[in-house]
Design a protein. Sequence first.
Length: 462
Amino acid sequence: MLKKLFQSFRPTVRGPHHQRTTPEVINSSQHSLQRGQFSRHAVSIVERLQNAGYQAYLVGGCVRDQLLGITPKDFDVATSATPEQVRAEFRNARVIGRRFKLVHVHFGREIIEVATFRANHPESEEENSHQSSRNESGRILRDNVYGTLEEDAQRRDFTINALYYDPISERILDYANGVHDIRNRLIRLIGDPTQRYQEDPVRMLRAVRFAAKLNFGIEKHTVAPIRQLAPMLREIPSARLFEESLKLFLSGQAADTFEMLVDLQLFDPLFPASAQALEDHPTYTHTLISQALINTDLRVKQGKPVTPAFLFAAMLWPALPTRALHLQSRGMPPIPAMNEAAHELISEQCQRIAIPKRFTMPIREIWDMQERLPRRSGKRADLLLDNPRFRAGYDFLLLRESAGEETDGLGQWWTDYQACNESERRDMIRELGSRDDGAGAGPRKRKRSGSKRKRADGASGE
Ligand code: ATP
Ligand code: MG
């Protein structure tokens, strides 16, 4: 009732679809947010900037998440102050970024991002091209044209991310009907979807990320152009896609995210080799990747550490056998073929997603461990147990088995071995030798190539 009355007094000058020049103002009595829910550092930054005569608000994910009862990951501030003016206000502030300049204000381990209001880009390249630039497909290369609060709201990606909360007056400003979309649980781009994706194709990944994180639907005009524009992701710098892929797969909703990415054809430009494997061996590849992601999500929810290396190792593993067999068919022996395939696969993947060396090394180690786990005779089993990568390698073995790879009970053997005492372990090793399965005794050379070939075949799974 109160809200209705309030709305009827306000001249709502509305621009094109979901754009307004005056915001809907939601007073403290009309929403559930409270100043105390927000980081006190973020609130104090807003207060300080306002006292210095600037406009300043909490914005983006923190407002959206609090309205949904989710604890925000971080707190973003939007202000009319330029980065230099912000820096002048705080001792602990650093200007960062080139494509998108902003200020990090540090409070011990907490970092608050303070961004200056930005305007949408002029369509034509004008004299201010050192502040703003686009490439020929419309992609924004630099985004440092400052603007008003109204303009800042319009250049944000989704309506639910364009809510501004003033912790002093405790009012929310809504320029894009974001509150409406939060109520209806919808991810909706502000403005023309095709144009907004062309400006920044990563918005397609963000749509999926927020849909999975919030369990929202993607509004139909927002989802419509994605399949066709998905290949534009190939133009995005690989370092940015690495950052984005961590957010996609390490936020606790990776399994749902994966399904959506595949469905919207966004998986292919991110992981081309894995997408090919998904076509060649759909059941096996899909089971292995989703099982890896389900496990990852579980660990995230339990607060256990997760490593990107394990994740990328799983993503790429189904693509490995085809590569290795191809190299073998050109005359390369199995072991070098496998190593070469692993090397090629990782370097190709890094062209799309720049996986840092500190993670590519462990990917190789997890894979190498798969060749070593079957070879348990003599002291080998104990040496493997002491290897710092044993745990990841063993988990990976169980993952392969859960996707239907035939390993002759190897996972169970290692599970038992870890649970045994010294003398039981010696018995287990002795028994191996007597089984003469090629993994225990025998001339070293033959044995190695034997187990290698077994994996190359087994890994194709279907
Ligand atoms: P979370 O931090 O939970 O991942 P978020 O919405 O805060 O979600 P950020 O990446 O921190 O996401 O970005 C902060 C805000 O900046 C967003 O809410 C959105 O308003 C704006 N924004 C971020 N990336 C883009 C983009 N590519 N295009 C337009 N606006 C963006
Ligand atoms: Mg954020």
